[in-house]
Design a protein around this ligand. Structure first.
Ligand code: NAD
Length: 419
């Protein structure tokens, strides 16, 4: 049976682009979200967050009637689940959103449907999702036991880069893992409607692990660079020069150190591996700990630089979790600024973040934190902490705007954006 209708559960950064691209390729799509504002925005053809080109896809698909948003699932040939999978206080995965999605979809199944989990998930979650559906619908099965109607389940992790989502949905290779081979083949046929990359089939657990491993690979390598920066500082070595020289070896490629690791993927996903195999995931856990400790080391450097200065003006350059974006989620710079504000009530913490026009909530209501410009920082700051390598900070990094002696760079040399 071909798939002509799809329900996408969760219309966020991943679900809405997926819904829109399927609709633009002729599939009838119902987007389902528990947030009524999101449902209303999508039905007006609007996108509730920033992602280049997405508004054109959503507006066009809503206008042709191929995409509409609703509050709860309706019958469809396939459901794609793209709800959040955060971790809890002790870093254990929180699968409550996936469970809620499974329980919402279950009553709509008639037999023959494909359920695809796109949320980044610990190994075994696709099986759990199927089990939650079976709990609600014991009249169905995964394999036709006792002649009960079948449903299929697969995992297809997402590896798109925010800011390039509409391009990478089409061009990236994808991994599709089924609870059965038939489920994987059905999912492949659906993704083939818009994906021009290679589609690689495997089992569901391997597909779940592949996504986690991709982000852990990045995390472990960044931890190596971050540890080198701390060691180099102790030994009086310039880590940026060290990395540059070592990378001339034909088989060495050390990443750049930074003030920590942020965002909602690299800083989160490795914990799912640690949770799944706590005894064995020693390197992966240590990398997380090394990266999580880096903002504390940055704070120590700033403390040392302002020691003895009365009511210092401390400029923090950058709040985003990586260069040249406006995404502040889980950003180490944000944590550093909040701690400085707590620790130095008489200081002025001058935040320069050219990609936002207001401070995030937890900083906005603090008397000693203000949003300013590079010129303010150059004119008034006692110490300037360069926390994000935005290309807008290239001149500061090069020492040509302010006296380089006042600048503590935690991101290394910053390149200006190409004109
Ligand atoms: N954002 C990324 O760049 C990215 C990249 C790869 C993977 N992922 C993974 O994709 C998944 C989704 O992430 P996101 O960034 O799109 O999240 P998001 O927070 O942007 O969107 C999730 C949406 O799901 C909705 N929702 C929550 N529970 C629901 C339910 N029971 N029924 C219907 N809607 C529900 C929320 O209202 C929200 O609109 C996560 O597992 C994430 O780790 C995200």
């Amino acid at each position: 049976m071909g798939i002509s209708s799809v329900g996408v559960v969760g219309l966020g950064y991943i679900g809405l682009p997926t819904a829109a691209i399927l609709a633009a390729n002729g599939v009838s799509v119902t987007g389902i979200d528990v947030n009524p504002q999101t449902v209303d925005a999508v039905n007006r053809g609007e996108v509730p967050f920033v992602e280049p080109d997405l508004a054109t896809y959503v507006g066009g698909s809503v206008a042709t009637g191929k995409l509409r948003a609703v509050a709860s699932p309706e019958p469809a040939d396939c459901f794609i689940v793209a709800v959040p999978t955060p971790f809890q206080d002790g870093h254990e995965p929180d699968l409550s959103y996936v469970k809620a999605a499974a329980q919402a979809v279950a009553p709509q199944l008639r037999g023959g449907e494909l359920i695809i989990l796109e949320s980044t998930s610990p190994p075994g979650t696709t099986q759990k999702l199927a089990d939650w559906i079976l709990e609600a619908r014991p009249d169905l099965s995964l394999d036709g036991t006792d002649g009960r109607p079948v449903f299929h389940a697969a995992h297809c992790p997402e590896r798109v880069l925010p800011g390039r989502v509409m391009v990478e949905l089409v061009t990236n290779d994808r991994i599709v893992g089924g609870l059965t081979h038939e489920a994987a083949e059905r999912a492949r046929d659906l993704y083939r409607t818009f994906c021009h990359g290679e589609i690689l089939l495997t089992d569901a657990k391997t597909a779940e692990m592949a996504k986690l491993v991709e982000n852990s690979f990045r995390d472990v390598n960044i931890a190596f660079a971050n540890e080198l920066s701390v060691i180099s500082d102790r030994l009086g070595i310039d880590v940026w020069e060290l990395v540059r020289l070592a990378n001339h070896h034909p088989r060495v490629n050390i990443l750049q150190p930074g003030p920590g690791v942020g965002g909602h993927c690299i800083a989160v996903d490795p914990w799912f591996i640690v949770d799944a195999a706590p005894e064995d995931a020693r390197l992966i856990r240590t990398a997380r700990e090394v990266n999580d400790a880096k903002p504390g080391w940055v704070l120590d450097q700033v403390r040392a630089a302002v020691a003895g200065t009365e009511a210092p003006v401390i400029a923090a350059l950058g709040l985003a979790f990586k260069p040249d974006i406006d995404d502040l989620r889980e950003s180490p710079a944000r944590r550093i600024v909040a701690e400085l504000a707590d620790e130095y009530p008489d200081a002025e913490i001058l935040v320069v973040e050219p990609h936002v026009d207001q401070l995030p909530k937890e900083l906005a209501n603090r008397r000693n934190v203000v949003l300013g410009t590079i010129d303010d920082a150059a004119a008034r700051a006692d110490v300037i902490a360069l926390l994000v390598g935005h290309s807008a900070f290239a001149q500061v990094s090069a020492g040509s705007i302010v006296d380089a002696g006042r600048v503590l760079s935690f991101v290394g040399p910053v390149a200006a954006s190409p004109a």
